[in-house]
Structure formats: C-alpha cells, structure tokens
Write a protein that binds this ligand. Structure first.
Ligand code: HDE
Length: 691
C-alpha cells in the first residue's frame, strides 16, 4: 500500500517546497507544516475522504471565498505604483503639502473601463477611468477621474439609471461591455444633458491606443485653498508625455480578438522594461468672477472650460515605475474615495461630485466587507494616522490603553490620552455655507444655467479634424444601428443631434438610412463657441516611436542585414521591434542563421502594432502569398492607417493585400522610421466608407 501511495504522489514522500526557497515549508493558515499537498486524507486507499482532514477543508474553504464583489462600474482595471513630483510653486493657491515644489509623493493609479465586468476585454468603445491615490504626508488624496473631461449627467440621482442602461441588459445578460445596445441609447436619447459626453464617447477618445497615451481629468470643479484660507476654483488635467494616440474602430474590434488584455499588457510591459509612463499634472484656476461670466455653470459636470479661456498650468509630473506584486491585493482591493481630500484642496457644490462623496465610501464596505478597509496595505495612509474609531470586522490594529473616547483627561493620570484635533494642521472646509445659493428653500431643482445641453457638444464636434468628425458620425451610425427593437430611438437621437450640428445629424441619418427627423426642442438654444485645438486628438499627437511597437514580418530567406538594420533603426528611435514569422521557432535567414520570432503570424496580427515592416525575400514572399494571415496582416496595417516599410521582394504581398502607394508606404531604409511615428489619416477614404 505504501508503495502505491508513493507512486501516486510521485514525490517519493519528500516535502514540497517553494521554488528557490529551500527553507520555506508549506503550512496551513495557522502555521502547521503540511506533509502532503497532493492527496486528501482517506479512509483506506479507495475509501471516503475524512472530515478531520483540516488541510483539505481549509484549502477548499479559502478557495470558495476567493472572490469579492466586483466594482459596480469600472470593474475591469489595471494598476501601478509610481511617484508624483510637484514641479511648480503654487503656495499662493494652496497649502496642500503634496504641491510643495520639489515634494515627492508616492501614488497608486488604477485605469479602467466602465461598463464591462472584471473579466471583460480592454478594448470596447468605453470611457476609461483614471484614478490616482496620492499617499501624501497629510493623508490620502484621491483624484478619481476619467479620460474625458465631462460626464453624462448633471446630478448624482441619475447615476444608477445611466449605469443600469449601459451595462448588460437586465433580462439577457449582454452585451458584456460597450454601449451599442437598446437600453443605453433609449436612455441617452431621452437625456439631452448627455449629448456633450456622447460626442466624446463616440470620438476616438474612447479607443485609446494605450493608457499611456490618454489624458486624465478630475472632471468636476474643485477648490484650492491657501494658507490664508483663500479659495480658488480648479480643474485638474493629466497630460501624457507620449502625446495622445487612439486606435480606430475597425482596429479596436480586431484588437479585441487579438488580445483581450491589450492595454493591461501594454502597461505592465512598459513598466517592466523601464519605459515608465509619465503624465504632467496641470490645473485650470479661476475665480468666482470668471465663473459668473460664463454662459455655462462651472458646477455642471457636463461642461468643460476651454483651455483657450483658462490655460492649463503645469504643476507636477507623475511617473509610474513599479508594477503591482499581486493583482488582487493591490489593484482589486484598492479603494478610491473622492472624499479622500487633504488640507489645501476642497470640494465644490457640483451636484454630481456631492453624490459621489457618499457613494464610494458606501460601496467599499460592500466590496471589501468591512469598515476597516482603510487598513489594507494598498489603502492605508503612509503617514501616521489615528482616531477613536474602534473594532469592527477585520480589525488588524491593536490600539493600546483605555483612550477610545474624546475628550479625555487620561494623560493627567499618566495614561495615553490619544490624538487630538488640530485647528491649525487639520482639514477645514473652505467656505461655510453662507452664499444665497446655500441658504434658500429646500428644492429638488437644477439651476437655470445647467439648461444648455448643446453648445459644448457643438464646440467639441467643430473642434475636430475632418477625419475625427467622420469617426464620430460613423460611431453614431454603428452604435444606433445596433439598436434592435426600439425603432423610436435612432430618430430621437438624431433629432437631438440636429441641435449639435446639422451636418452631423444628416450624416448619421443618412448612414442609418432613415429620414431626417424634426429637430428636438432644446431647453436652451445652443450658441457657437470658438473651436478649441485642445479637444482634438489628431492635433495633439506626437510624431514619435517612443512607446510604440513595430511588427516586423519575416520568413525563410529574409535578408539578415536588412532585418538587423530595421531593428536597429526602430531601437534607435526608442520603438519596440517585434519579430513575427510563420513559425515561432523562427526563420532561416539569408546568411543561414536562425532568427527566433516574438510572435507566430496567425496569433500576432498587425493590429497589435503601431507600424509594420515586411522584410521578405522572393522565396519568403512566394510562400506568404499563399498564407491568408500574411495577406490580412498587411491589409489590416494599411486599413488601420499605419506605416508599412517593405523590402522590394515583398511587393507582390503588398499588391495582393491591396496596398496603394502613399507617404506611409516606404522602402525599408527610405523614411520608414519617420513614417512609423505617424498615422496616415488621409488614407482613410481609400480604405473605408465613413458616414
Ligand atoms: Fe464613479 N464610481 N461614480 N465616477 N468612478 C465608482 O466606486 C459613482 C463618476 C470613477 O479604479 C464606484 O469603488 C457615482 C464620475 C472611477 O477603483 C462607485 C457617480 C467620474 C472609478 C461609483 C459617479 C467617476 C469609479 C464603483 C455619480 C469621473 C473607478 C466601485 C454621482 C470623474 C475607481 C468603486 C477604481 C468607481 C459611483 C460618477 C470615476 C459605485 C454615484 C463623474 C475612475 O462608488
């Protein structure tokens, strides 16, 4: 019998140990060393498992409880650690220590999609969350923002409706991510205040190429408060060092098939290889007089303040330099709270923000199970903290002594009296509620100045390049074409769009093949605003290969010197060369050497890259002409408006893929690397019909 047991365990009775750590013995959660992690305890060789097997029971019990409720929104996210450095002196505006020039503050950032569940994909058309936790020496400050500066709704009371409408439909459980379905557009078309945000959502902003190439925004108006107690209004902006870059819709769809984890992987690998993502933090600062002079309300989260009206002043830099050690412990358990605010920063009366101040604390209790979630290492302040809140589930601290109330005079008896409030160092709300707006009757009402739902939607649309406008029109067509059963919805949406821009409305109606409906009545007639360059992605892209990947397609017979030259050129421009070949084991090059591939052709389509090089010999090209994946590889690179550098011998493959000559199609050494730093939007009319 002993013999057969030994055979089954296959470990000859030896204790299992952690790889690389000879002294570490597997134990139970209570420290008891475990002798056998392969077999449960049975009564006889083929008998039933015994209840007394505490090793098995503990292991399965813990496993059964591994999951916690996922976030109601922003369930799918990726996190990283980093540092924020204040680079400008703004002590005239705020006393916040985090903004002392030269101060370095540890941060944790979580990027997310909104609608999909935790296991959904990275690349649906969706808003991205951009949440930053600053572990300042005066407590945690969480700037819980998005990659879009405005929001769908003006008042928190509409948030559950928005989220129910956009998430999977209640009866059928789909779609899992993305807004192209009946209930979202039913709701949105009935909510004119969402129109401005819809313009952003239908633009390429919701298809970021990488978390590293998107902006972040605090969205709401906040306040900065200086040492004298003087408050200024502020909007926060994150500007990516790599510039803005988005994919296009067809590419995003195909990325979903190619790599569910496209953005998570990109972030992890960038940090892992030392290409640390960076953003500048900027502020728009203004006062009450400016606020009063605007046609919109600065407390309305469906409005932005054009950068041309209030320029963005750069005051700091954030660098993400460390991946998480454990996804669950850090990225999943991190709890962002807009209520995490520090002395020198304050809330405004934005009714959306005010609602958030309740929601996040509340949700963390149901997600993390205990009011003591602030003790989890990723959430705990890095500065000393203490008060008289006590006990509760999962209390991990051991407060000493009798001081669990305040005031107390225990110190007079030589006992520990505990911490005391500090009017000087403590957080103080900027303005007491003394203004007329805050002392009137109790009303369920929106301020009159929230009533203009279209002027800024128009501003956004008219600030885009022609290509970007076409993308917006086409996205509306795509999304509304997915509205299945509710015939009344697309015309109702187009009726709203007529208030934004007649041409846009016509294009969408035309793309859907419906008659142009009568214009929807606007609560307030929109006005024309001056276009703003800052709102366009295409006007804010950087021509750089830094942070971008170049796919290099090779096959047997590829010229070794030509290949090395392309790799060196891409490396030299700080790009990432990735070799793709029909076999992952590699290809035999012209000089007889073997070059290993980073990816196999069928599993590494060109949508994973920002530009491609096709380095083939006559022989290799002949083989790949018969390989659908190779033809598709080139065809998609062309269709996704990417640079294609090709050896002369690769021309037949380019021809078969329908590649037409333009500035983005080059030889291998003649201008390829410069071209690879760009996207060729001018090519688009050649490759697809846009609305
Ligand atoms: Fe959130 N939001 N939200 N939100 N939000 C959550 O909190 C909520 C809003 C944002 O990576 C939840 O911990 C309400 C605006 C981000 O962990 C929840 C309202 C903006 C994240 C919640 C809003 C955001 C969340 C779900 C309207 C941009 C992910 C889990 C009043 C400024 C943070 C959680 C992370 C997450 C509520 C509107 C950004 C349910 C009630 C506006 C980036 O508490």
């Amino acid at each position: 019998m002993t013999d057969s047991i030994t055979r089954i365990t296959g470990n000859g009775g030896e204790t299992h140990q952690h790889a690389g750590d000879d002294d570490a013995v597997l134990t139970t959660n209570h420290g008891v060393p475990i002798s056998d992690n392969q077999n449960s305890l049975k009564s006889g060789e083929r008998g039933p498992t015994l209840l007394e097997d505490f090793v098995l029971r503990e292991k399965i019990f813990h496993f059964d409880h591994e999951r916690i409720p996922e976030r109601i929104v922003h369930a799918r996210g990726s996190g990283a650690h980093g540092v924020f450095e204040a680079t400008d002196d703004i002590s005239d505006l705020t006393r916040a220590a985090v903004f002392t020039k030269g101060e370095k503050t540890e941060v944790f950032v979580r990027f997310s999609t909104v609608a999909g569940g935790a296991g959904s994909v990275d690349t649906p058309r969706d808003v991205r969350g951009f949440a930053v936790k600053f572990y300042t020496r005066e407590g945690n400050w969480d700037l819980v923002g998005n990659n879009i500066p405005v929001f769908f709704i003006q008042d928190a009371i509409k948030f559950p409706d928005l989220v129910h409408a956009v998430k999977m439909e209640a009866d059928r459980g789909y779609p899992q991510a993305g807004s192209a379905h009946d209930t979202f557009w039913d709701w949105a078309s009935l909510m004119p205040e969402s129109t401005h945000m819809l313009m952003w959502a239908m633009s390429d902003r919701t298809l970021p190429r990488s978390f590293r190439t998107m902006e972040g925004f605090g969205v709401h108006t906040f306040k900065l408060v200086n040492a004298e107690g003087k408050a200024s209004f502020v909007k926060f902006h994150w500007k990516p060092k790599l510039g803005l870059q988005s994919t296009i819709w067809d590419e995003a769809l195909k990325l979903q098939a190619a790599d569910n984890d496209y953005q998570r992987r990109d972030l992890f690998e960038a940090i892992d290889t030392g290409a640390f993502p960076e953003w500048e933090l900027g502020i728009q600062v203004f006062d009450q007089a400016f606020a009063d002079a605007q046609p919109y309300d600065v407390l309305d989260a469906t409005k932005l303040i054009p950068e041309e009206d209030v320029p963005v002043r750069i005051i700091g830099r954030m660098t993400l330099n460390r991946n998480v050690d454990n996804f669950f412990a850090e990225t999943e358990q991190v709890a962002f709270l807009p209520t995490n605010i520090v002395p020198g920063i304050d809330f405004s009366n934005d009714p959306l923000l005010q609602g958030r101040l309740f929601s996040y604390l509340d949700t963390q209790k149901s997600r993390l199970g205990t009011t003591n979630f602030h003790q989890i290492p990723i959430n705990a302040p890095r500065c000393p903290f203490g008060n008289f809140q006590r006990d509760g589930m999962m209390q991990t601290q051991v407060p000493k002594g009798r001081a669990n109330y305040e005031p107390n005079s225990l110190a007079a008896h030589g006992e520990e009296g505990g911490p005391r409030e500090s009017p000087v160092r403590g957080f103080a709300t900027a303005n007491a509620a003394t203004g007329p707006d805050e002392t009137g009757d109790k009303l369920r009402i929106r301020a009159e100045r929230f009533a203009d739902h279209y002027s800024q939607a128009r501003l956004f649309y008219r600030s885009q390049t022609e290509n970007e406008q076409a993308h917006i029109a086409s996205s509306f067509v795509f999304e509304l074409s997915k509205v299945g059963l509710l015939d009344q919805v697309p015309p109702r949406m187009v009726a709203n769009l007529r208030n934004v821009d007649e041409d846009l409305a016509k294009r969408v109606a035309d793309g859907l093949g419906i008659d142009l409906p009568p214009k929807a009545e606007a609560a307030r007639e929109p006005v024309d605003m001056n276009p703003s360059e800052a709102l366009s992605i295409h006007r804010n892209m950087k021509e750089t290969l830094e942070g971008r990947a170049v796919g290099i397609l090779i096959a047997d017979g590829t010229d070794a010197a030509a290949l090395d030259a392309v790799i060196a050129a891409v490396d030299g421009a700080k790009g990432k060369p990735v070799i793709v070949a029909p076999k992952v084991g590699g290809a035999t090059l012209s000089d007889g050497s073997t070059r290993k591939a980073d990816g196999q052709l069928a599993g590494t389509p060109s949508q994973l890259f920002d530009a491609v090089a096709v380095v083939l010999s006559d022989e290799g090209c002949k083989t790949l002409l018969k390989e659908g994946a190779a033809v598709q590889w080139v065809m998609d690179a062309f269709g996704h408006l990417k640079a294609i550098g090709a050896s002369d011998a690769a021309q037949p493959l380019l021809d078969k893929a329908g590649v037409e000559a333009d500035d983005g199609v080059t030889g291998l050494d003649d201008g390829f690397v410069e071209a690879a730093a760009r996207r060729f939007y001018d090519r688009e009319p050649k490759v697809r019909m846009l609305a």
